[in-house]
Design a protein. Structure first.
Length: 351
């Protein structure tokens, strides 16, 4: 009997109430299925292309047809859908328990990246790619998405002092797990195993060249028939070439599922106020103690946040980065306005 570890719990295949749980199915999705839909088959989206969607169910890879009035852009890897077993026609998408998305520069809508993720593995390397400001942005997006963030430091075997990188990353957010790995070593699998147990879904995000595809290949094992392409980096700035061109779902050897994603060159913050509050929890918790409810923490008397900076309890740089990210989020978050019954118009906030 197979035994799998999930966090601090151990599960066996006999403890599953449904084979669908191997794919990440849970009561959250089961409760959405209406009585008139019990004959439809739950399927999970494994990859999304411009003109087609690939899916899996308990039998393995399956076809999935979508209605003529549906676009593939409405779906993302990790989504759960209901399909007609006889025709393979997609009936509807189930609500997501988490969704990682971003707003591209100049775009009005959000670009879907992955859905129903339990843990977001934010991958960076112990070299020139390591950038605290970029990691903060990924953490904000993970917090906003409703998934647990874990920072994975790759190429730790090539660094003179990987612990220095690890300490800096751990200081970014309260109780943040930071794991240093050699992405090619089997030890990486055991280090990441607490988040990769049976039925769990992780997604890898990060810049090109940090070793995401290498790590996916290690996690999926040598028996996987869906190996990801890997590439090289420029030594002077650790910049890599895009080797992953689309998002895809892969089975982890002996465990859950991993979603690989293309490298993101620029990550803007937009519509992520809750994610910022979580990243800067020490500031969020101090704010209600200020004398004035609308305190900007810049010049007002009786400011608890500025008092914490003065006492050394709060690093001044943290407060400055918090201000900058709040400003960017405010300026880049569009507001929806228009008549109550009609097409809504998206406009940028003005201050």
């Amino acid at each position: 009997m197979a035994t799998f570890e999930c966090g601090t719990d151990y599960l066996t295949s006999s403890q599953l109430s449904s084979p669908l749980e191997l794919l990440g199915w849970s009561e959250f999705f089961a409760d959405q299925v209406l009585p008139i839909e019990v004959d439809f088959i739950p399927r999970r989206i494994a990859s999304v292309h411009r003109a087609r969607i690939e899916a899996i169910d308990v039998t393995g890879p399956v076809g999935l047809k979508f209605p003529s009035n549906t676009t593939t852009g409405d779906y993302t890897v990790g989504d759960w859908v209901l399909a007609n077993a006889l025709t393979d026609l997609l009936v509807r998408r189930l609500d997501r328990k988490s969704v990682f998305q971003r707003r591209p520069e100049g775009g009005r809508g959000q670009q879907l990246i992955a859905a129903n993720i339990d843990t977001l593995l934010i991958v960076t390397s112990c070299n020139a790619d390591f950038n605290l400001a970029r990691l903060e942005r990924y953490l904000i997006m993970a917090n906003q998405a409703g998934s647990n963030p874990v920072i994975v430091l790759t190429k730790a075997d090539t660094a003179e002092d990987a612990g220095k990188f690890q300490a800096q990353a751990e200081a970014l957010q309260r109780d943040l797990p930071v794991i240093a790995v050699n992405g090619r070593s089997a030890d990486a699998v055991s280090l990441l195993w607490p988040w990769c147990g049976i039925g769990q879904t992780v997604a890898l995000v990060g810049s090109s060249g940090v070793g995401k595809s290498t790590l996916v290949n290690t996690m999926t094992g040598p028996e996987s028939d869906r190996k990801q392409k890997t590439g090289t980096i420029r030594e002077h700035d650790a910049q890599g070439r895009h080797t992953t061109t689309s998002r895809s779902l892969h089975a982890i050897s002996g465990g859950g599922w991993v979603i690989d994603t293309p490298g993101i060159r620029t990550l803007y913050v937009s519509d992520v106020a809750d994610g910022i509050d979580t990243l800067f929890a020490e500031i969020t918790e101090l704010a209600p103690l200020c004398r004035f409810r609308d305190c900007t923490h810049a010049h007002e008397p009786g400011c608890a946040v500025r008092a914490a900076v003065a006492s050394g309890a709060l690093v001044a740089d943290r407060l400055e980065r918090w201000r900058n990210l709040l400003t960017e989020n405010r300026d880049r978050t569009p507001v929806v306005s228009g008549p109550p019954h009609g097409n809504k118009i998206v406009r940028k906030k003005r201050y």
